[in-house]
Design a binder for this molecule. Structure first.
Ligand code: COA
Ligand code: ZN
Length: 318
């Protein structure tokens, strides 16, 4: 087993920032649209190139993201920066296309219970909604990525059988979707669970790009990233400062933290194009914006070779 990038072809990792969607969606108090845009614009300046910026879902389901169209207008678009948004149905696809998203993400849960809680319908009908909106995206030349929620375990049903993942991924594939994102909605993934799921999907589809979306609910999020890296995965989704959660899954908490992920990748010889110090500055700004401390660790500790002066340090004088 090796723990660093093997060669230059292998070194590039795409970090997709999901904090303004997965993170902000659970915040009870409405965050002004300008503040959301300021976070994304600052992250673009720090080198982040891929975002799940918001979602075009029912504003009654997620009131915090009712401003999706206005937010898209306030983001300073730059070439090479991909702005994805979650889309549940044709109505969402029309709104997302009008807002000129670069990519739409459909999302279906691997368990019936979570699908019912999250989309108010069974898996079969949720997949039918995706089938209905993919042609709308295609009409606008917008690629669709397929997310699977509770991919590594469900808080209502327990372990997620690999067959449940394959069933949804098969439908996505038939619809022409070639980007798959496996969501660990309530942090139930562990290294062996990740290995089993990714292995099954890689065997089935040689032409699907797989991204992994972990939550750090039980503290093993970055260990799961290492497993993904070992298996050739080169895209991970994370939230600035470790924001995150799902309002329709009990016990959901923060995503893996973007700064901590970038630190791990950088120290392991992978390239993300992201400036870690600037990223930590944005993480601290997000703490100020929300008025509370957030779980990110590198923003507090600094990078590993940060040096302190002995003068100011406390000494254990006997
Ligand atoms: N954008 C805006 N409004 C939408 C919409 C969309 N994408 N989809 C539905 N609506 C509106 C309908 O127009 C309708 O409005 P009306 O009552 O004023 O006519 C209302 O919502 C109900 O529509 P319906 O199709 O019956 O939806 P539903 O109540 O069964 O909810 C979803 C289904 C999918 C729209 C809803 O469950 C949802 O948005 N879920 C997303 C949850 C989420 O984002 N979770 C976190 C991500 S993992
Ligand atoms: Zn999530």
């Amino acid at each position: 087993m090796r723990f660093s990038a093997a060669d230059s072809a292998d070194q590039s990792v795409l970090v997709t920032e999901v904090g303004t969607r997965d993170g902000f969606q659970v915040e009870a108090e409405f965050i002004p649209t300008e503040s959301k845009a300021a976070v994304i614009n600052a992250l673009i300046d720090a080198g982040v190139r891929s975002f799940e910026a918001t979602s075009f879902v029912s504003p009654r389901a997620i009131p915090q993201l009712a401003d999706a169209s206005q937010l898209m207008d306030l983001i300073e678009r730059k070439p090479g920066v991909r702005l994805t948004a979650l889309v549940p149905n044709a109505r969402g696809a029309e709104r997302a296309a009008a807002a000129k998203v670069d990519m739409m993400a459909c999302f279906v849960s691997a368990s019936e219970s979570h699908c019912q809680a999250n989309l108010n319908k069974p898996i079969e009908r949720a997949l039918a909604d995706v089938a209905e909106f993919v042609p709308i995206a295609r009409q606008f030349n917008i690629p669709v990525r397929g997310a699977i929620a509770v991919a590594f375990g469900c808080p209502f049903e327990g372990d997620t059988p690999v067959d449940s993942l394959l069933r949804i991924a098969d439908t996505y594939h038939e619809l022409g979707v070639r980007h798959l994102s496996l969501g660990d909605t309530t942090g139930m993934a562990t290294p062996p669970v990740v290995e089993r799921a990714v292995d099954a999907l890689q065997r089935r589809f040689s032409d699907m790009e797989i991204a992994l979306h972990f939550h750090n609910t039980r503290g093993v999020g970055l260990a799961n990233v290492m497993v993904g890296l070992q298996m050739g995965i080169r895209e991970f989704e994370s939230s600035i400062a470790g924001l995150g959660g799902c309002p329709f899954a009990p016990g959901a908490s923060g995503n893996i933290c973007t700064e901590d992920l970038v630190y791990l990748l950088q120290e392991s010889g992978y390239q993300t194009g992201i400036d870690l110090d600037r990223l930590c500055e944005v993480a601290r700004q997000v703490e100020s914006l929300l008025g509370r401390g957030l779980p990110g660790q590198v923003m507090k500790a600094g990078q590993r070779l940060r040096k302190f002066t002995l003068d100011g340090a406390r000494r254990a004088v006997g």
